[in-house]
Design a protein around this ligand. Structure first.
Ligand code: GLC
Length: 581
């Protein structure tokens, strides 16, 4: 391989950048292309996806060495860029299920639907340990306890399989543990830009805490589950042992990327940078590239400047500032993954499973996941389960909004409210059990004569730092939600509230007005799974994956803290028995 061919393998461009000129893939010898959140072909159909990826693959195979292309995508709760894909509860809800086997099944379904449409590599699952629920990526975490996150690394098994040869099969993809490490453990308000961003912030920490809380899941991801790729975090680590004040970005952290992760823990896969993450490093672009490569990054998500990246790194190697041994190590890791995926033998999309996308069998798995993710926090006078004979009044902004119940990373990067994807809303699920339900989103319809009111409140979609508290969000209920709860719970004898949100909201003031309260998280496309537990078709079994604060000022609040006094503790959840109707 020439130096340019080697460095081409280390370069990843965005779909949109190469769509305008696919010959770039051949010209640059690109090793990979990605779809960022919401970067989809038109039309957004399974065959259009597979045709697009195969078109790029054709370009890659036209190079001198015919090295096949890796296509990466954020399938973080299903193949969520694809319209019609099965959309699962976000990870925080999957953490609430305490069901590792179900998480494995979820990711096997996701791998099947993803690979059938072309991408052979997912930037999932997040092995982040969320320690401050004000973080906009709280819902991407399985929870605040690293042991729970480790238990849910069956996600990697679901994605990759566990037997030799599984990765080459059409129902498996390469997985990525992210974001290494401590992305969910940043100090609030620490941002150097002065704004309160938790996302991409700074861990002010010591080795004992960092290794126990933030690093531990990566040891198991590598040593027990053999994850194929790892994505370093945008965040930084600032060691208190060295005297706070010297934060080092993960993408530049040779001690953690190479000495700890690759050499000590034994990671044999490859490190993929986050989106333009190296451009946050100190110095000019050549310094950023050199620092990141020498720190141990292997492939570079440089969505729109692949050519500049390649040229810069070639110059750095030729100037002797990046050793060829580092390039050879990176390329070997990347090529090994392509061999294990079977791409040299079968570079084009195996479409045999395209018919399973959004199938009843796949949706049944997501429906069970939605049901198991529900956490019952209060159930006075056995308000739940509901009985179909009851006269039910449903209200609230998240009762009939599938976009809100899916959350971010759904069709678009930030997600959006409304009737965005096929599936069932929570209201539609309730109506299947009791067609006589009255729905009034703002509770403006008369409420006399009803046995029970169900109010579905919560958040609207966001992703990453956009969702950070301090970036236009709080943990408080919206005024509209509070008003709807007050209205319905003030008028109807029995009142059940569901909170459809990516994280705990502050409910201390509203809770006493309710008879039952359910943490629904972001249940995905199968809202009828929520109705299943409301009507007792399935029992409530979910347990809190994060501590539920009394007030925002309690954050960060985590199990094991001294003076731990949440509204509901980590692991809390009432159970009910399934009832036959
Ligand atoms: C984003 C996220 C990362 C994602 C990547 C590609 O900024 O930080 O989780 O995999 O870019 O979309």
């Amino acid at each position: 391989m020439t130096l340019q061919e080697k460095i081409g393998q280390m370069t990843q461009a965005e779909r949109s950048a190469v769509t305008s000129d696919p010959t770039q893939i051949t010209g640059l010898g690109l090793g990979s292309v990605l779809s960022g959140g919401g970067s989809t072909p038109t039309p957004n159909t399974p065959s259009a996806w597979a045709d697009m990826v195969d078109g790029f693959q054709k370009q890659a195979l036209a190079t001198r060495l015919h090295i096949p292309l890796l296509y990466g995508i954020d399938s973080v709760h299903g193949d969520n860029n694809l319209l019609g894909a099965t959309i699962f509860p976000q990870n925080i809800g999957m953490g609430a299920t305490r069901d590792p086997a179900l998480v494995r099944e979820e990711e096997h379904v996701t791998a099947t639907e993803t690979r059938a449409t072309g991408p052979q590599w997912v930037f999932a699952a997040c092995d982040c340990v969320v320690r401050d629920d004000r973080w906009g990526r709280t819902y991407e975490s399985f929870g605040e306890d690293p042991k729970l996150v480790e238990e849910m690394e069956t996600s990697i098994d679901g994605f990759q399989g566990t037997s030799p040869g599984d990765l080459a099969r059409p129902d498996h993809v390469l997985a990525t543990s992210k974001h290494f490490a401590g992305d969910g453990d940043t100090a609030y308000g620490s941002s150097t830009t002065g704004t309160y961003t938790l996302d991409q912030g700074v861990d002010i920490t010591d080795w004992s805490h960092f290794s126990r809380i933030d690093l531990a899941p990566y040891v198991t991801a590598v040593q027990d589950h053999h994850v194929g790729a790892i994505m370093p975090s945008y965040s930084s680590v600032d060691w208190t042992e060295d005297g706070v004040g010297n934060p080092v970005k993960m993408s530049a952290n040779k001690q953690l990327l190479t000495n700890v992760l690759k050499e000590k823990i034994g990671f044999k896969g490859f490190l993929i940078s986050d989106w333009q993450a190296i451009e946050q490093l100190p110095g000019d672009y050549a310094t950023q590239v050199r620092t990141a490569v020498n720190a141990g990054l292997d492939m570079f998500m440089e969505p729109y400047n692949a050519a500049q990246f390649e040229q810069t790194l070639i110059s750095e190697v030729q100037a002797g500032r990046v050793p060829m041994s580092r390039i050879d190590d990176a390329v070997s890791r990347i090529l090994r993954a392509k061999f294990e995926l079977g791409l040299f033998e079968h570079p084009y999309t195996d479409r045999r499973n395209i018919g399973t996308i959004g199938s009843p069998a796949h949706r049944a798995v997501a429906r069970r996941a939605a049901a198991e993710s529900q956490v019952l926090l209060k159930n006075a006078d056995h308000a739940l389960p509901l009985k179909p004979s009851q006269k039910i009044y449903v209200a609230g902004g998240n009762a009939d909004d599938i976009g809100n119940q899916a959350g971010g990373w759904t069709l678009t990067w930030q997600g959006s409210s409304g009737d965005t994807i096929p599936g069932t809303t929570i209201l539609k699920g309730i109506e299947q059990d009791d067609p006589n339900v009255t729905f009034s989103e703002d509770a403006s319809k008369p409420m006399n004569g009803y046995d029970v009111g169900v109010v579905v409140i919560g958040e609207t979609p966001y992703a990453e730092g956009v969702g950070d508290v301090g970036n236009g969000h709080t943990l408080d209920l919206s005024a509209t939600d509070q008003a709807t709860v007050d209205k319905v719970c003030g008028a109807i004898r029995t009142c059940v509230v569901l909170d459809v949100a990516g994280r705990p909201q502050i409910i201390t003031g509203e809770l006493p007005k309710t008879d039952a309260f359910v943490a629904s998280w972001l249940p995905g496309s199968e809202g009828e799974g929520v109705a299943d537990v409301l009507f007792g078709k399935r029992p409530f079994t979910g347990k809190l994956p994060v501590s539920w604060p009394r007030s925002e000022s309690q954050e960060p609040i985590n199990v094991g803290d001294p003076h731990y006094d949440p509204l509901f503790p980590y692991g809390y959840g009432l159970t009910t028995r399934a009832v036959s109707h």
